[in-house]
Structures are given as C-alpha cells and as structure tokens.
Design a protein around this ligand. Structure first.
Ligand SMILES: [Zn+2]
Length: 228
C-alpha cells in the first residue's frame, strides 16, 4: 500500500488532510527521470523509495500537469517548503528493482529448499555437452574457443564439487545440509539423459553460487560457535 504522506520533508500533506484539488503522484519509472528527480530531491526527503514514495501536487508547477491533473512525463518537482538547513541529512534512496534481471527477481522469492529442488529439476533436464573433452583439459580448464555450454558445464562441475566439500564439512552439525547433499547426489545419477539448454546452465551456476554463499556463512557461524 502506498504511504499516506507526502515524502517531501516539511510537507504536511497526507491523504487524510489534503485540500481539495491536491493530488498524490508516484515517482517516475525511467532511469533518466529518476536521475533528474534525485538531483532536485536529494536532501529534500528522508527516504525516497521509487516504488512506494508519493509526492503531492503542491511541489509541481502547473506546466507539469495535464488537463486531468496528471503529471506530464517530463514533470519534475520544483516547489518546496522552506527548510531549516541541515547539511547532514541526506536522502536515502532505496534500491529499486530497476536493473535487476528476471533471474534475480525469481531468486529472491525462493527458499533454500525450493532452490535445491529447482536445481535438481533443472539438472535433470541437462546433459553433458557433446565433445566436452575436446574443449577441456585435464586441469578442468576450458580452451578459449570452447563453446559457452562447455564453459558453463565446467563451472557447474567446479561449483558442485565445492558445494559437496562445503556440505561435507558441516554435515555433522546440520541435518538440513544432509538433505541438500542427498539431493545433489541424486541429481548426478539422472544426468546422462539431460537436455542441453544454455539458460539452464546459467541458472544452475547462479543457484549453486547462491547456495555456496549460504553454506560459507553457515560454516562461519558453526566455527564461531565451536570455538567458544
Ligand atoms: Zn507535499
């Protein structure tokens, strides 16, 4: 739900007390307009949340309003209440979804268990790239002219190995990790029939990297507990 108050410092307008004719407006969505707004709004709001903050129409000159009192695409707030100068107060801009990939968004919604079942499912549809050996040497290094599938496949293998090692080291302390390793082991058996799909490769690399970070954090915590 949108906040009930205008985000501009010193402005008392809220949906409860607004005078007739005063309207509330969302922030722009384009990077270009956000940059222009940020330029004028820095130090003028405590927190600026691009998706939630609302600004009341008192801060917009008439030239920025259309006949239906909607903001024109080029609208920039220019009218502000007089403020006591406070050089220390800077506007905090909340990170927005702009620039995040679909993959990132999908990720943030998944729990660890869902992530693991997703990895399992995706791996089950993948198969080792054809002629992999031609592109990968014994040190598991890819030739520079190797196709992207081969490079990603090797990356997945290395991540998986790393994850297995990490998983092993914390296994005795954490039953949840036991389940995760089991699902990784199960994935291996079905891999021969897997379908090749570049998006799948990328997805799994990202999944495993995410999981690895979590495991490292867990190891850190466990080590800290043990060393007490
Ligand atoms: Zn206002």
């Amino acid at each position: 739900m949108a906040p009930a108050h205008c985000v501009i410092k010193g402005c008392k307008t809220s949906i409860f007390n607004k005078a007739p004719g005063v309207s509330f407006h969302p922030c722009p969505t384009s990077i270009e307009m956000r940059n222009r707004w940020l330029h004028v709004l820095k130090n003028r709001c405590a927190i600026l949340d691009w998706s939630k903050s609302r600004i009341c129409s008192k801060h917009f000159e008439n030239k920025y309003m259309d006949s239906q009192r909607r903001l024109k695409p080029n609208a920039v707030p220019t009218l502000f209440p007089a403020l006591v100068t406070d050089s220390a107060s800077k506007t905090i801009v909340k990170p927005s979804d702009a620039g995040r990939t679909k993959l990132d968004k999908a990720f943030s919604k998944l729990t660890q268990a869902e992530l693991m079942s997703d990895i399992k499912f995706t791996l089950a549809r993948m198969k080792e790239p054809i002629n992999l050996n031609e592109f990968v040497n014994d040190d598991l290094k890819c030739r520079s002219d190797a196709p992207i599938e081969a490079k990603l496949w090797v990356l997945i293998k290395k991540q998986e190995y790393l994850n297995n090692m990490l998983t092993e080291s914390v296994l005795k302390n954490n039953k949840q990790l036991e389940v995760m390793q089991k699902s990784l082991a199960e994935t291996k058996s079905g891999r021969k029939e897997m379908e090749q799909n570049i998006e799948n490769y990328k997805y799994v690399v990202k999944c495993l990297q995410e999981k690895q970070a979590t495991l490292e954090e867990q190891i850190e915590i466990l080590t800290a507990i043990e060393s007490r």
